[in-house]
Design a protein around this ligand. Structure first.
Ligand code: TXA
Ligand code: MG
Length: 349
């Protein structure tokens, strides 16, 4: 398949391009597009064939449900059975934005989109290109992250091209995304709201609006037997080709530990890489040292994480060591992704 790649202005996407992209969606085709979190791979969320195509293009297991993206509150009524009061408050506070909420689905939503579940995940993105595409495409865009299943989510169009060029109809290049980690997911189908995936909107921000919000046990415990409720969270994800180890401790201890490990690997004729910060990058003796940014800017760390993990696949290293980033606001989201990438391999000094 020939994939058309078009570049648009992030704030004011060309109306003709968006109209054409909308037509592709209405005809059952797939369009990758930027959102404020990561790039999405869009199809018509109410068309079962489109959802099947999405799973196929990503190589994604079909029991892993998709998020339906909408552009206004009226659209929500059609695809869910009811909107709990707390969910309405959350929508008022955080939509459009990097928040996904789970509701009981109405009958118009095909099981192909929800991976067979009776519930549906819904998000109203704030990115102008995403909003324009949803409107042009009929109002209901099912979109997982636009990566091959298992790889880090794409934060720029070149990442989407690496994974999906030749497999989808169109890629809309709207530049780099702002947040760089996928949306926070909160389940409203039980009595108490539960966070299924941490993101930019953190627990404290939500509790300020609706009171207590729980965290899915499957996220906190690394026990294989405790299944996370979001089916996607159980899959191995984001992992670079080389083995990745997180090292947690005081900066000087972390540097000493990683340098010792790198020296050992070198003696065995192996190459090591380090995910460092601007503050520490000069202290490592490894073949490849990449800074994720300064510790003073946690949003920058979040934004750069997936790109750095992808970059390491281009390097000839056998092992990668990463510092730990348990930052105040986005730490839970950053560490959730980093731990998954490392297969939960963490050394606590
Ligand atoms: O930021 C984002 O959310 C991006 C952009 C494109 O919007 N999308 C995204 O989609 O990250 P995806 O498919 O890569 O991740 C969706 C996650 C998966 O872990 C999936 O299992 C979970 O949401 N999910 C979707 N519907 C669900 C449902 N009904 N119940 C529980 N989990 C659900
Ligand atoms: Mg994904």
């Amino acid at each position: 398949m020939n994939t058309t790649v078009v570049t648009v202005d992030k704030e004011h996407p060309d109306a003709k391009v968006m109209e054409e992209a909308g037509r592709v969606l209405k005809e059952g085709g797939l369009v990758a597009f930027p959102t404020e979190t990561v790039y999405g791979l869009g199809g018509d969320g109410l068309n079962p064939d489109s959802s099947r195509k999405i799973y196929q293009a990503k190589g994604r297991p079909s029991d892993n449900p998709l998020i339906i993206h909408i552009a206004d509150m009226e659209s929500l009524d059609k695809i869910v059975k009811a909107i709990p009061l707390k969910a309405r408050k959350m929508a008022e506070a955080f939509w459009p934005g990097p928040l996904t909420m789970i509701f009981e689905k109405s009958s118009v939503v095909p099981y192909e989109t929800t991976g067979g579940l009776e519930s549906v995940a819904v998000r109203m993105p704030s990115h102008p290109v995403a909003a324009a595409l949803i409107r042009a495409g009929g109002g209901y865009v099912a979109a997982p992250s636009a990566n091959t299943s298992g790889r880090p989510s794409p934060t720029r169009a070149s990442h989407v091209r690496e994974d999906l060029e030749g497999k989808i109809d169109m890629i809309i290049d709207g530049g780099s995304v702002g947040i760089g980690l996928e949306s926070t997911i909160v389940d409203f189908t039980e009595d108490e709201p539960v966070i299924l995936r941490p993101g930019y909107i953190n627990q404290e921000m939500m509790e300020d609006v609706i009171g207590q919000v729980k965290v899915d046990r499957g996220l906190l415990i690394t026990d294989e037997n405790v299944r996370p409720k979001a089916p996607g969270m159980k899959y191995r994800h984001y992992a670079p080709q080389a083995s990745l180890t997180i090292v947690e401790g005081k900066a000087e201890d972390t540097i000493a530990y990683i340098n010792t490990q790198c020296a050992k690997l070198k003696a065995e004729g192996k190459g090591a890489g380090v995910i460092a910060t601007d503050e520490t990058r000069g202290s490592y003796q490894a073949a490849v040292v990449k800074s994720i940014g300064t510790r003073r800017d946690e949003e920058g760390i979040a934004r750069h994480l997936f790109g750095i993990l992808r970059e390491f696949d281009e390097e000839k290293v056998d092992a990668i060591f990463s510092e730990s980033f348990d930052t105040p606001k986005m730490g839970q989201a950053i560490m959730n992704r980093l731990l998954k990438a490392a297969g939960h391999h963490i050394i606590r000094l």
